[in-house]
Design a protein. Sequence first.
Length: 326
Amino acid sequence: MKAKIVSTGSYLPEKILTNKDLEKMVDTNDEWITQRTGIKIRHIAQDGEVTSDLAYKAALDALNSANVSPEEIDVIIVATVTPDQLLPATALFVQEKLGAKNAFGFDINAACSGFMYALSVADAYIRSNMAKKILVIGAEILSRITDYQDRSTCVIFADGAACVLVEATENDDEGILGLRLRSDGHYTDLMEVPSPGSHKPCSKEAIENRDIYIKMKGNETFKMSIRSILEVSEDVLNSLDLSFKDIDLMVSHQANRRIIEGVAKRAKLPEEKTIITIDKHANTAAASIPLALDWANKNGKIKKGDLILLNSFGASLTWSAGVIRW
Ligand code: COA
C-alpha cells in the first residue's frame, strides 16, 4: 500500500500588499525586494479571518476537485506556526467547519518544512493501514506574527493555505516514493518567535520587546539553505536509485527566489523544471509548498506520470525532501 496525492486545493486572502505599499511602511523599495527575494506581492488576511478559515477553504477546494465528501475523511493534519489559538489544534476548527465528523485531527509545527512533515505522517498512516483518506493542509497567517517595523522580515512573509488529499493506492507506479526529514536544534536562534510560550509567557515586556514577532538572521539562514536542500534532495533521490536528471519538476518551499535558482543551478535543472510562485505568494511557511504544487497543478505544469521533487528549508532548522510519481 502506498500514499498518493489525488487532488490539490488552495485559498489566498483577497487583500494584497504590494512592494509599493511596503515602501510607505518601512525604509525599503520595490527594486531591493524584487532583486533580493523575487517577491512582488503578498496576500494578507482580513481582520477577523483566522488560520482555520483559510485552511477550511483550501480543504474544500481539494475535496471538491476529487469529488470526495468531508464525511469520508479519516484524518486532518494542519501544518502551521500560526494556529487559531494555542489550544485546541487548528485541525479541530477545520474539522468542525468541514463537518468531517468521522475524522480525527491535529497540528504539526515544523515551520517552513511543516507540510513535508505532515505529508510524512499521512504517508506512514496510509502505509500502516491506519487511514485511507487524509487531508494534509499547510495554512498560515504570518502577518499576525510579522513585525511591520522590521524591514528585514516584513517584506518576506504572507498569508495563505493549501491542501492535498492523500489516499491509499495499490498501484506501485504512482504516489509518494520516498521522503527525508531533517532538523538541527543547534540553530534554534536563527529564526524564532520567542513569545508566547513557556519560556516567555505573554507579558507586557514581551510585547514591548517585540518578542511576539518573527526574528530572523536572514543572511546566516540563507547561507545554509542551498547546500542543505541539495544534500537532503540527493539523499532521497539516491535512496530510490534516481538523480536530478530524472526529475520532471522541482516544487520547493518559496523562501527566496535566489535559493530556488541556486539549488536548480547546482542540480543542473533547467528553469522550466522549477516552480516559482514567490513573486505572487511571498513566503507562506507551511502553506508554501502545497500552494506552489496547487498552482502548478491548476496551471497545467504537471502531467500524469511526472516525477516531482519536493524540498523545504526553514526555521530553525528543519529541512526535507520527497519524491512523488504523479
Ligand atoms: N529593504 C532594503 N534594504 C534592506 C531590507 C529591505 N527590506 N532588508 C534588509 N536590507 C538591507 C540590510 O540592512 C543590509 O544593509 P547594510 O548592507 O547597509 O547593512 C542589506 O540590505 C543586506 O542585508 P542582508 O540581510 O545581508 O540581505 P540578504 O541579501 O541576505 O537578503 C533576506 C535578506 C532575508 C531576503 C535573505 O537573507 C533570505 O532570504 N534569507 C533566507 C530566509 C530563509 O530561508 N528563512 C528560512 C525559511 S522561512
